[in-house]
Ligand binder design. Structure first.
Ligand code: C5P
Length: 274
């Protein structure tokens, strides 16, 4: 976009400043996993992710279950873009409040997968949360667990941390509020998804504080980029479920090689594709 100043270009989303208190978040069609951004975009992905985020913001935020304040301003994102650029952002943008981001990813797991399954096999726990013996890949957990991850600098992997580490970084009271609301958000979303034949195995939320210090849900919510979506009809404990999300890319990156080197160990590209 030329009509707004670029604030930050993420792996998948581009953020533009709208004055000093709002941001236009544009979801591109890029796909990334493990800090690798693929060269080939997926046409329509940005629109799909935005549509899903808006659906969940409506359902869980002040207009719906009212579980948490949300970052949407309620204004039309097209109103802040020059007329000739509106088609570029239509359907793939959100006009949001500028918040002070909390540097912790709020991950909730209802099932064992990904780094949760790996940690459990090594230690019987995930992020310090002890789990019963005998769980298998994709097992449903007795109750959803909160397993935070620390946001790493660009080019480094996020790292799972314990709740106590999170509390030491951001304060115990704030950490507890984030844990409680994240579990409530996950529970409400996964209950609804279950009525549509979808298991939300796990997901990641991000929060920020507004000018009054109010904890606010931000970024994308409950999309297949930030969650594992499993079709309930083919779910089997112990098996790798088919996934309506980017698990295919993660699995491929974990084994694919370029010039004898694992893809996910490649240095990040010097610049992101447009
Ligand atoms: O890979 P892992 O098992 O730790 O991921 C747990 C959940 O958090 C998954 O739904 C994943 O999509 C999400 N996640 C994310 N961004 C990260 C780390 C995890 O969206 N940086």
């Amino acid at each position: 976009l030329k009509s707004l100043p670029l604030l930050a270009r993420g792996k998948v989303r581009d953020n533009y400043a709208v004055g000093d208190d709002r941001i236009l978040m544009v979801a591109t069609d890029r796909i990334s996993a493990f800090d690798v951004v693929m060269n080939e975009p997926i046409p329509g992905k940005g629109e799909l992710l935005t549509t899903l985020s808006l659906f969940w913001f409506d359902r869980l935020g002040p207009k719906g279950a009212n579980l948490c304040p949300i970052h949407l301003t309620g204004d039309d994102p097209l109103s802040v873009v020059a007329p000739e650029e509106r088609a570029m952002v239509q359907g793939r943008s959100m006009l949001v409040k500028r918040l002070r981001p909390i540097p912790v990813e709020a991950v909730v797991r209802g099932y064992l997968a990904g780094s949760g399954w790996k940690e459990y096999q090594q230690s019987g726990s995930v992020c310090g949360v002890a789990l019963p013996d005998g769980l298998r890949n994709a097992s449903k957990l007795p109750a959803p667990i909160f397993t935070p991850a620390a946001k790493a600098a660009v080019g480094e992997h996020d790292e799972n941390i314990t709740f106590d580490e999170m509390a030491a970084r951001i304060g115990a009271e704030l950490a507890e509020r984030i844990r409680d609301v994240s579990i409530r958000l996950y529970q409400a979303a996964s209950d609804y998804a279950a009525t549509r034949g979808i298991i939300i195995a796990d997901t990641k939320f991000e929060f920020g504080l507004d000018e009054h210090g109010t904890l606010t849900l931000m970024d994308e919510v409950l999309t297949p980029d930030s969650s594992r979506y499993w079709p309930a009809e083919s779910y089997r404990e112990g098996a790798n479920p088919p996934s309506f999300d980017k698990q295919y890319l993660r699995d491929w990156l974990e084994t694919a090689q370029v010039d004898g080197q694992l893809w996910n160990k490649q240095p990040p590209p010097p610049t992101l594709p447009p």
